[in-house]
Design a protein around this ligand. Structure first.
Ligand code: ZN
Ligand code: ZN
Length: 141
């Protein structure tokens, strides 16, 4: 169902079938993608900041193109720095090592959380038992 909405890029009202951008902006974005892909094909050794400067494309768009494999299609394996250590990578936001490291950190963080939760549960149990014992002790005695 098409309905009126504001283009998230230029703010113009347009008939949308779920798209976030108006036809003008979609066209402009596709043109920009082509410009970026062309630029990378002509400059296979370029880095993202150069591309951004040369084509005025936002980094997001370039990363999306990398993730979609658009540069591989023109024979360029464009890499960009890992968000964490800066090592060149070709997909995702982090290199394999950083991904692994974060996975481990995540696991130790969640096990630390579990320990806290367990300690709290144990404290709650202990408290519960204590008050129950008090009540019970009256009954028992
Ligand atoms: Zn627009
Ligand atoms: Zn890394």
């Amino acid at each position: 169902m098409a309905k009126l909405r504001n283009c998230s890029q230029c703010g113009k009202i347009f008939m949308s079938n779920g798209e976030r951008l108006c036809p003008n902006c979609v066209q402009a974005q596709q043109d920009l993608e082509l410009v970026v892909v062309d630029y990378v094909r002509d400059h296979p050794k370029c880095k993202i900041p150069e591309i951004m400067e040369a084509t005025q494309a936002p980094e997001m768009l370039i990363r999306r193109l990398i993730e979609e494999g658009r540069f591989e299609q023109v024979g360029v394996n464009l890499s960009y720095p890992c968000k964490k250590c800066g090592k060149p990578i070709v997909a995702g936001a982090y290199c394999e090592e950083c991904k692994e490291e974060m996975q481990q950190n995540l696991q130790s963080a969640s096990s630390a959380l579990n320990q806290v939760a367990e300690a709290e549960a144990a404290a709650a149990r202990g408290h519960g038992m204590y008050s129950k014992d008090l009540k019970d002790s009256k009954v028992k005695m």
